[in-house]
Design a protein around this ligand. Sequence first.
Ligand code: ARG
Length: 465
Amino acid sequence: MTEQTTWSQRFESALHPAIACFNASIGFDIELIEYDLTGSVAHAKMLAHTGIISPEEGEKLVAGLEQIRQEYRQGNFNPGIDAEDVHFAVERRLTEIAGDVGKKLHTARSRNDQVGTDTRLYLRAQISQIRIQLREFQSVLLNIAEANVETLIPGYTHLQRAQPLSLAHHLLAYFEMLQRDWERLGEIAQRVNTSPLGCGALAGTTFPIDRHYTASLLEFAGVYRNSLDGVSDRDFAIEFLCAASLILVHLSRLSEEIILWASQEFGFVTLKDTCSTGSSIMPQKKNPDVPELVRGKTGRVFGHLQAMLVLMKGLPLAYNKDLQEDKEALFDTVKTVTGCLEAMTILLREGMEFKSERLAEAVDEDFSNATDVADYLASKGIPFREAYNLVGKVVRTCLQSDKLLKDLSLEEWQALHPAFEGDIYQAIAPTQVVAARNSYGGTGFEQVRQALQEARDRLVSGSSS
Ligand code: ARG
């Protein structure tokens, strides 16, 4: 047994090479290195601050750790599988650089509280990046919405034409979903931002450490109150995976709509060449790869959430090696969410165009103004249910004679009900149908303009928090 291993001389023989490989996390947890170094710097400073080591020793440790950071950034720190994990790799290199004092770094600390600290620092940074990306995406949506208040688009329920909408209103629905995502991540970030450093392996430590000191150096908002909970809690990771899953739910729903809109059947948008691909065999095709991939990648994020829940459910207190499995789930989720947000932002900003002529035709070719006929009669005192039944008959008659409501003559309307007057045509024109839905949160242009203003204000005022 060499001195270069993580554990003590109690072991008589080395690990089986295949088991060493199986056990090692260095292949993926190297992703944590910057956070590991930052956490270790804070720990070393605390050891000196509390007199557990001398100030000179503290300085040597910090200098050695910063040297490793430089080496890593320059591509000169590439620990192999024998290092087991990033924590041991750093400690080993530190001892090479700083000599025996390097061996003091792990005083009053365990890899259990160390890895928990690293993971939280990592996630805190990633969450703040993702929140910036969410803001960018919201701002792209808002720009398109602002330019399309009076562009109409069919609205659907059950994927059947229901009532026409302002395109801005439709896009603002996604703005709201992303607003919740942004807020949710902000709330989760507060819980991520709690320090487990100093919880030790599970029970705390015999050394007179100062957990609040390391927490404040690392800008954590507080510390775990219970050491067992501190080293084994992964609620924050699960919460993040939930939030990430919801972001993907939202992106995937929008993706599905874009895929439909880009089809010949809908024809509501065209995809630009920069954001779509062709087929290797069918020359006429232009495929919506970006939204399809986003829809597809959603599944793997749900998978990570599920894996993490199952990982935790049977774990006795406190740390168990199972917890090493949290990392790839988190790393892949961060990469997936970040990649999807980036691609969708580009797609919406410059890779896609709404076809306004086709949209205008679409809202004028169906019976999505039928409710307005019923509302017209109801506003003249006819009970709504009676009006509704009558309009049902009108629609049936129209379908039989291959007409739309707008094609009926005034005589035909009046034969159906004497309350109809010349203003019925105005009441069922798509623009009026949309404008009239002026209830709070509705698609009426006045409401939409108000909603756009509020969205803009929220984007500006919330962008710094
Ligand atoms: N690589 C380990 C992980 O990711 C670090 C903690 C190891 N702790 C231990 N007691 N073996 O969880």
